[in-house]
Design a binder for this molecule. Sequence first.
Ligand code: MG
Length: 378
Amino acid sequence: MKRFGIVTAAGESRRMGFDKILTPIADGECALGLSVRAMLRGGCEAVVVTGDASRADYVESRSFGAPVYACPGGDSRRASVYSGLSFIRDKLSPDADALVAIHDAARCFVRPEAVRASFLLAEREGGAVASCPMTDTVYSVASGTPEAADREKLRRVQTPQTFLLTEILRCHEAADPLLTATDDCSLFIHCGGTPAFFDGGSDNVKLTTPEDWEAAKDRLRAVCRVGTGYDTHVLAEGRRLVLCGVEIPFERGLLGHSDADVAIHALIDALLGAAAIGDIGALFPDSDERYRGIDSRILLRETMGRIRAEGYSVVNADLTIIAQRPKLRAYVDGMRSRLAEDLGVPVSRVSVKATTTERMNDEGKEKCISCQAAVMIR
Ligand code: MG
């Protein structure tokens, strides 16, 4: 059965004082981007974002590697979700059903595994709701005498909340329009459904207060990872010299199975190292005829596909090319812009430096050119 996601992104952010959904949290991604990517990694084949024109602009200006649609929200959360559900209904053939995971953009730390778990459970049980146990003791103070509730029987409800499209649409249409439901689980129960609860994780928090925002910034900073790479190729007659995708006029070039772009090879190893997913030799073996003479930028872009599939993006990259000759300074800007394009970052986040070894070592004797690379990903 097809799997869709709805990310509700209305939110007035009253308690935050600024737009918590689109403001970058820490050096990059905003809550909406994080939520959409988690939903896609959790198995949604497409995601519908409900909200105003600013949300639509955001969705249209980004590439997510899978279909992400923007759809106007309504006056209430319930109306926005209904709008998203109707949008998906219109995409399907009349007799087809689908599973729909409904998620609040402000819960931007949802784990893809939780989304996936919700689909599996909803397929079996009809409805699946992320939740977590109560850790605090809870008192009811409605009557004169405060009364402790049995916290073993209580769950704090989160999103995603996942249902069969036809079922949850029926609930939205059947329930009293005046019923203000703060979530879809309550509508589902109101219409006679019994959802299954599963553990969404205590870190699946909703960004609500300025304290949540500060914690989110710390958390995103904490998931940065660093990687290093190193490569050397021999200088030989009759070969082109290509460094960082730029062909450089020189009497010799680098020897190798591919175009022997030693700088991109070091960068690829740094990326793979940062994500701990192997090395260039394992990914693109030089025994493979497909890679004979290949432009190393193609390999870099393929590597970035793997990095993104792991959920990472690049923070910055820094390369040091070690060559006695030729002088590389005039080519550095072209190198930086090509790498930035392939890494999907602004040029300001890519550094390329060149050094000689004062005529010492094999680089200094012009037998080879080497490169060291360091990258940070998050
Ligand atoms: Mg190499």
